[in-house]
Ligand binder design. Structure first.
Ligand SMILES: NC(=O)c1ccc[n+]([C@@H]2O[C@H](COP(=O)([O-])OP(=O)(O)OC[C@H]3O[C@@H](n4cnc5c(N)ncnc54)[C@H](O)[C@@H]3O)[C@@H](O)[C@H]2O)c1
Length: 374
């Protein structure tokens, strides 16, 4: 059974039943009047920060059908700031030279209203980068202006069914700013990326438990996409030599699960920056592809979860409503519901409260910055 996002959506729509709230993207007719070779209309997909390093790894995954389905035609809307338009023109040429059969068009622009016009899916990767020594509070203030303006454009010109994924940091709070500025788009359409953290956690467990990464299930990422996040393996399973085991039994080292495992996942982004002198891009793009595909194409397998930042105004774990918080979720036919199957002991509850506190502080800072920018 599940609750949360789905229940919230039913309540917001004034209904009591927790029924499926939007249809599977790949079955939806979306762009009227546009020709399509397979009867399905092309999807308009906006990617902001498209001239950046994540964009360069992500766009081929979308154009080739890996993110949104191998039968789904795509029109890409690429947004970046004006000084990056030259480079973005080069990216457009490379997309054309890729001769992707599913790619029906590419729009390049520095105007949010043009980039977001009529879009079905919007992936927000572009934002103000965190410089050396920059406080999180200052990063939030810089991004407040960007995400409130882009949220207003989203409200005015995107489809009301548009599905939104925020990647740019601070991802959870940027997503909440977008949502607050686009009130006519359903709350359950707003998500932020914690799939990279989940993929990192699954790899660490597979390596330790001596199993395949695809045989690790139900790891959860709770909270903020930051180093307060709680990667939780205590409800997770592996299949090893055809036998299903809890991760605790498979690893047989609770000290590792409570300490080094959590720290490794929390600090992995920093470790990549230290090594590459650039932040994670290939793995981030792959995680965006996984997030979109699970949400909008495949759903989760029966009994399994994925993790994503979602909005809720109530959840089984006592996390304060009104935040974009990462939970373990089930997804069926595009409908996301927070799992209520997770056992949360006092150790886990404490970790969840730490990351909840950080998100509440971020939102306080964001509201102050938004008020001062008015
Ligand atoms: N959530 C996650 O798991 C995760 C993982 C990795 C990176 N990130 C974040 O993703 C973001 C992008 O990372 P990157 O490595 O591609 O950075 P990058 O600096 O290579 O690219 C960012 C791009 O955004 C553009 N941009 C800046 N302001 C913009 C605006 N107002 N509108 C549109 N575009 C704008 C820049 O011109 C640039 O092309 C960063 O905020 C990074 O911290 C998140």
């Amino acid at each position: 059974m599940s609750s949360g996002v789905k229940m919230v959506a039913a309540a917001a729509a004034g209904g009591a039943a927790a029924s499926v709230i939007y249809s599977k993207l790949s079955e939806r007719s979306s762009v009227s009047g546009e020709a399509s070779s397979n009867g399905k209309a092309p999807l308009r997909v906006m990617v902001s920060g498209a001239a950046g390093q994540i964009g360069y790894s992500l766009l081929p995954l979308i154009a080739s059908g890996q993110a949104l389905g191998e039968q789904q035609e795509i029109i890409l809307h690429l947004l970046d700031i004006a000084p990056a338009l030259g480079a973005l023109g080069g990216v457009k040429m490379e997309l054309e030279d890729g001769a992707y059969p599913l790619l029906k068009g590419v729009v390049v622009t520095a105007e949010a209203a043009e980039a977001l016009a009529d879009v079905d899916v919007a992936v927000f990767v572009g934002g103000f980068p965190r410089g050396p020594g920059m406080l999180r509070k200052d990063l939030i203030a810089k991004n407040c202006g960007i995400f409130s303006a882009q949220g207003k454009a989203l409200e005015q010109v995107a489809k009301k069914s548009c599905k939104i994924l925020v990647v740019a940091n601070p991802a959870n709070t940027n997503c909440l700013i977008l949502k607050e500025n686009a009130p006519s788009i359903p709350s359950e359409n707003f998500t932020c990326l914690t799939r990279l953290d989940l993929n990192r956690a699954k790899f660490q467990i597979a390596q330790r438990a001596l199993c395949k990464v695809q045989d690790v299930s139900n790891v959860a990422i709770w909270g903020n996409h930051s180093d307060t996040q709680f990667p939780d393996a205590f409800n997770a399973h592996v299949v090893r030599n055809s036998v299903k085991l809890s991760v605790s039994d498979a690893v047989d080292d609770n000290d590792w699960l409570e300490n080094d495992f959590i720290k490794t996942v929390q600090q992995r982004g920093k470790a990549v920056i230290d090594a590459r002198k650039l932040s994670s891009a290939m793995s981030a793009a792959n995680a965006i592809k996984d997030h979109l595909r699970t949400w909008l194409v495949t759903g989760t397998k029966p009994g399994e979860t994925t993790s994503m930042g979602v909005w809720s105004n109530g959840n089984p774990y006592g996390v304060q409503g009104g935040l974009i918080f990462s939970f373990p979720v089930h997804i069926e036919n595009g409908a996301v519901s927070i799992s209520n199957d997770y056992k949360v002991n006092s150790f886990a509850q404490n970790k969840i409260q730490i990351t909840e506190k950080e998100l509440l502080e971020e939102w306080t800072d964001a509201k102050a910055a938004l008020a001062s920018q008015k």
